[in-house]
Ligand binder design. Structure first.
Ligand SMILES: *Cc1c(COP(=O)(O)O)cnc(C)c1O
Length: 426
């Protein structure tokens, strides 16, 4: 029996309506940018497996890092113990994170990195004797699927049945270039009330919203305003981190630095699950007290798993290598040229790129998970391109090691997809 058939008996898939969904595709192998299915077909992983496998799948150095570490120390409790892979990773991360980040707290995925960040912010104020219970967040944000992270998110497809259980969140639109003075006045009024604990945002690119971009200068101004009100600024770099935007972190485009940063996805290069919540010394110190309960009593059993730390540490070496930095620049150049080409296409709106992220909208109505979207997905897969359209938004986040030929195959897949929609709409 195929994987596809055996899967049906016992597996409940994420983000899936099992009554109507097509059966999942059995994947048997991955190498570099390629995914291999059980029927022998190959696909280019045009989204780096949800923005994780940016150095390519099964990279020999990353595989070796896990193997070596697995033979030495597999797992140990991280409360009361420490180990080399965690210490080394923390040292390397602090070396490349935006300035003022001083401490790293280990979680096991992106949502729990955000969950810990929100709890840190709430307790930060509580420890100072202030009751601040609201969050400030962008409309159409996405921060994960655990309850507090979901509260901060604002995509109704995911949140519907849970909304009545959420934290209180004040929404603002992300600032676009040339945003009005009234926009900032509105934010100022919200902050003046003094009950906001933290401002959480995806810096520069809202991934799940459909790779929507906003303005670095406007976001910097928001951070500056928040800081005046002691509102902690939480940069959710789970998607943008580790080179996606062209810089190591999207926050490095800002003139203000975040107080807390959430990391996951490419942190461990698609090899093992892990998340990190980093913070400034100032945040950390708000938890120091002779009273034990002022400490941050939050843990995950697999916090700082040595295998995950070892692979993350090796991944940072790769990120800083000339080969990878050149790859990022080459993709960026390819994207810029493809955006220019798309600009003249009547069916395409708002083609854009930043670093290795490229996105555009098709001028047709497509539900996020509707039939037309599914046909687009199938059409691209038939051309060897694994991409996941978000409604009418098509986007690429290819691995940094993609060859120029494979990148061209992705562009060509998109060209044909646009032509196909054009033919259907004419
Ligand atoms: C994917 C994502 C998350 C959630 O991470 P998981 O590991 O899927 O829980 C949170 N924030 C952003 C910006 C993301 O892209």
């Amino acid at each position: 029996m195929s994987l596809e058939q055996r899967d049906r008996d016992h597996i409940w898939h994420p983000l899936t309506q099992h009554q109507t969904a097509a059966p999942p595709l059995g994947i048997v192998k991955a190498e570099g940018v390629w995914l291999f299915d059980e029927a022998g077909n190959t696909y280019i992983d045009g989204i780096s497996s949800w923005y994780t496998a940016v150095y390519g799948h099964c990279h020999p150095e990353l595989v070796k890092a896990v193997q070596d570490q697995a033979a030495r120390l597999d797992q140990v409790v991280f409360t009361g113990f420490t180990h080399e892979p965690a210490v080394q990773l923390a040292e390397k991360l602090i070396g490349i994170l935006p300035s003022h980040q001083a401490k790293v707290f280990f979680n096991d995925n992106g949502s729990t990195a955000v969950e810990a960040a929100i709890k840190m912010a709430l307790q930060y104020h509580d420890n100072k004797g202030q009751k601040r219970k609201k969050l400030l967040a962008f409309s159409k944000g996405f921060h994960g699927d655990t309850l507090a992270a979901m509260s901060a998110s604002n995509l109704s497809v995911y949140n519907g049945p849970f909304e009545e259980h959420f934290m209180e969140v004040i929404r603002i639109d992300p600032p676009q270039v040339g945003v009005s003075a009234e926009y900032f006045e509105g934010v100022s009024e919200i902050l003046d009330i003094g009950d906001i604990a933290a401002f959480i945002f995806e810096p520069l690119v809202q991934g799940a919203a459909g790779m929507k971009f906003h303005d670095a200068a406007g976001l910097s101004s928001l951070l500056q305003m928040c800081k005046k009100h002691d509102v902690l600024c939480i940069a959710d770099e789970v998607m943008t981190g580790f080179g996606k935007t062209g810089k190591h972190f999207a926050s490095q485009y800002l003139t203000e630095t975040p107080d807390i940063i959430c990391l996951s996805k490419a942190l461990t290069a698609g090899v093992l699950p892990m998340g990190i919540t980093s913070c400034t010394q100032q945040v950390f110190e708000a938890f120091l007290d002779n009273d034990i309960t002022k400490g941050f009593f939050h843990a995950h059993t697999y916090s700082a798993n040595p295998l995950a730390c070892a692979v993350a540490s090796r991944a940072i070496d790769l990120l800083q290598s000339e080969e990878i930095q050149k790859g990022i620049q080459r993709i960026q150049g390819g994207h810029e040229a493809f955006v220019k080409e798309l600009e003249s296409h009547s069916l395409v709106s708002n083609p854009r790129s930043l670093g290795v992220i490229l996105a555009f909208e098709l001028n047709v109505t497509m539900e996020r998970y509707g039939n037309l979207r599914q046909r687009m997905y199938d059409f691209l897969m038939e051309r060897g391109c694994y991409l996941r359209p978000l409604g009418n938004t098509l986007y690429l986040v290819p691995p940094y090691v993609i060859s120029s030929e494979a990148l061209e195959q992705l562009y060509e897949g998109l060209r044909q997809a646009i032509d196909r929609v054009a033919a259907e709409n004419s």
